[in-house]
Design a binder for this molecule. Sequence first.
Ligand code: ZN
Length: 246
Amino acid sequence: MRIESDLYLVGSGNMGFSLTDGFDCNIFLFDSGDGYVMFDAGTGMGMDAIWAVCRQEGIDPNRIDHLFLTHAHGDHGGGAAHVRDRTAVTVYAGADTARIVTAGDDDAVSLPAARAAGVYPADYVYRACTVDNVLATGDRVEIGALTVEYVPTPGHSHDHGSYLVTRGDRRYLVAGDAIFHGGRIVLQHTWDCSVPQSITTIQHLAGLDFDALLPGHLSFSMHNGKRHIETAMSVIAKLGCPPMLA
Ligand SMILES: [Zn+2]
């Protein structure tokens, strides 16, 4: 699905646009002018569908050269190994995500609990994938016309990071599961989910400058994306906790 020139949604599940596997997160793809840059990989169960969406849009998925992961959870990082099976991709993530994805650490992504809760099918397998480039706070990667900056955003999970993508005078926040449309968040009963960290993350995002908010589920906003952060901030200002996504 083409969102604007050189930006596509190539994967999205039931908590989104139902383009690909029902469990997939939103998967955004930028055409950098020097290869395609993918953000998050979905579960891996919808890879044929993701490839089909790319081809429908005239994108050669074999030219997906770069994959950035927001966090290791199965619906975002689980597909990384499957992308690597198909393309000569370079994978980027923050240090904790890199360690978990490279090890294929089921416990670190709360997979046994998630399977038991029906969040994933009982036979879902989380495959390890080597992360090539480990990013630290403020690290910037230049790819064609894009600059991609790593912004740690823990809270939803301890390893969570977002990406500020700049192209010309446009700035996009690829937010993963840090913040959603309407200022909502996803808190889970998992070992590393933290309300205080999530609030601190939103306060940090409120200080960043961007136009488009591209979250990991549900809708996105191409302009004035910061209004969703401001909605969450108005709740936080009253010592509240932003509402849950679902
Ligand atoms: Zn998650």
